[in-house]
Design a protein around this ligand. Structure first.
Ligand code: ATP
Length: 506
């Protein structure tokens, strides 16, 4: 990351804490690595992003319905989906500085190339040289090529369900026995297995295992989709860039079930629909791009995959994956559960026999977006610094979050200039009018008007409505636009309408 960009990330993180968007989890105890708590404004922003996504999926079209599934699912789900055996990253230890890292994200170098590194880690003065091994990468921390072998590290969090502590039973069984470590390990695995459940590493599997219930209870006809927003958990080897990669995060995923053979057409549809969704709420459209997965990168069940990437302050990174998952998941779950997860289309002829009526296993297109990652993307997109001159002629920096009004925590701030002369009462009336319309606004009478404007610029409030002596005479307010800092006097009703109307504009 260049100095400037590192600076921007630092400023975003600091703004998030100072203004109540995002705090370190358990901060008073020193924090828990990579866990974050959303403060009052961060919660609003996250809910607004999720609501905009939900609306685009479930309310603006009639072929998608939503579910809210439990985080813990039957362990068979993860066995069948392949997560138990294969949802892992290659873990490597640096034998020099002891850093633990992901092999697939490490800096690459040609095998045999001699590289220099600091013995014991970057801070030591003593240097040594060694050739890059056959693996073709070096430690991302100290650059040393002396590394452990790769081993697969499963990213799922395991816990146990039921009023039994499996390890307690095991401890009693082992009392007074001396066994080799490998035997103990086997017994531990056995004991865990009986009560093991996993925190879901993606929300998607619930949509596959509930395919039939949703299709039948809602009389859905193919093509149709099932959408879900919720928490997912991955015991990431390396967590990074604030909320970009954390162990607990939220996803917005939709499984779109379609006829076999129509998947390319739907892939086209969804990748453009999803890109347009981001563009609708972002300022800098050029910071979003598609990245098509190469054939050797595709998951074994996928026949096409695109990432939507965003240019974060440290560079391009994934924001959403749009995968064509074929009929893999439904076929696997049908075979493992014995329940037919197929669809019968009476209107179509079976292409194999030419006879009326076609039973098939639907194909799936999956737009899988990160909700918490979208929070970071929209914060980075909105963060703006403007140079200006204050009333005393001093140069100063105005910091503002140019959030789309639909995403902004408050849609307007209502500011009485003074706390007397009927101004607070009129301001409260305006606030009540917004609340009756279900619009979240802030009543703010703290500090000078300049400081209030600055605070609302920094938290992304699109409009400030100021009540002054003239307001009481003429039932007007001055309305200040966050992005231009221009002020207009408008009748109160018109100002309210402007705020509400602006939310719905792209
Ligand atoms: P990455 O390559 O960044 O690890 P992925 O390809 O494993 O991501 P998917 O399994 O496709 O991610 O999940 C869909 C989306 O969920 C991602 O595009 C991302 O926005 C979000 N996501 C995945 N893992 C995390 C995480 N650890 N923290 C925050 N968001 C995540």
């Amino acid at each position: 990351m260049s100095g400037d960009n590192q600076d921007i990330m630092g400023k975003i993180v600091s703004l998030c804490k100072r203004r109540g968007f995002i705090f370190q989890s358990s901060e008073i105890y020193g924090g828990l690595k990579s866990c974050y708590d959303y403060g009052p404004l961060g919660t609003e922003l996250k809910r607004n992003i999720a609501a905009a996504w939900w609306s685009s999926m479930c309310y603006e079209r009639d072929d998608i319905v939503g579910i809210d599934a439990s985080i813990m699912m039957h362990p068979k789900v993860w066995e069948t989906s392949g997560h138990l055996a294969g949802f892992s990253d290659p873990l490597v230890d640096c034998l020099n500085c002891k850093e633990r890292f992901r092999a697939d994200k490490a800096p690459t170098k040609d095998p045999g190339t001699p590289v220099e590194y600091h013995i014991g880690g970057k801070s030591s003065g003593q240097k040594a040289k060694a050739p890059v091994g056959e693996c073709g990468y070096v430690c991302p921390n100290c650059g040393c090529p002396k590394l452990s072998d790769e081993r697969n590290f499963n990213l799922m969090f395991r816990t146990s369900i039921g009023p039994v502590d499996p390890l307690d039973e095991l401890a009693r069984a082992l009392e007074n026995k001396t066994l080799p470590a490998a035997e103990i390990r086997k017994l531990v695995d056995e004991a865990n297995k009986r009560t093991a459940v996993y925190l879901r590493p993606e929300t998607a599997q619930a949509m596959f295992v509930q395919f039939l219930n949703v299709q039948q209870s809602m009389s859905m006809k193919i093509p149709f989709g099932i959408a879900q927003v919720g928490k997912s958990f991955r015991n990431e080897i390396v967590t990074e860039h604030f909320i970009f990669r954390s162990c607990e995060f939220e996803q917005m995923e939709m499984e779109f079930f379609c006829e076999p053979g129509s998947q390319s057409e739907w892939m086209e549809h969804w990748r453009h629909a999803r890109m347009n969704w981001y563009h609708q709420y972002a300022n800098q459209k050029n910071k979003f791009r598609f990245r098509k997965h190469d054939d050797d990168e595709l998951a074994h069940y996928s026949d096409e995959c695109f990432d939507i990437e965003y240019l974060y302050p440290w560079g391009w990174g994934e924001l959403e994956g749009i995968a064509s998952r074929t009929d893999y998941d439904l076929t696997k779950h049908a075979a493992a559960s014995g329940v037919k997860l197929s669809y019968f289309d009476q209107q179509k002829n079976d292409p194999a026999t030419g006879k009326a009526g076609w039973r098939y296993t639907p194909y799936v297109i999956e737009p899988a977006a990160g909700l918490t990652r979208s929070v970071l993307c929209f914060l980075a997109d909105a963060y703006t610094e403007e140079q200006g001159v204050d009333a005393d002629g001093q140069t100063k920096t105005r910091v503002l979050l140019k959030l789309h009004p639909k995403l902004a925590p408050y849609k307007a701030a209502v500011l009485p200039l003074v706390k007397k002369d009927g101004q607070p009462e009129l301001a409260e009336k305006i606030v009540a009018a917004f609340r009756r319309r279900g619009v979240n606004v802030s009543y703010d009478d703290k500090q000078s008007i300049g400081k209030r404007y600055a605070r609302h610029d920094e938290i992304g409030t699109p409009y400030c409505m100021t009540i002054d002596p003239e307001s009481l005479n003429s039932q007007t307010v001055t309305i200040r636009d966050r992005d231009t800092a221009t002020q207009d006097r408008l009748p109160i009703d018109k100002a309210i309408e402007l705020v509400i109307e602006r939310q719905n504009r792209s």
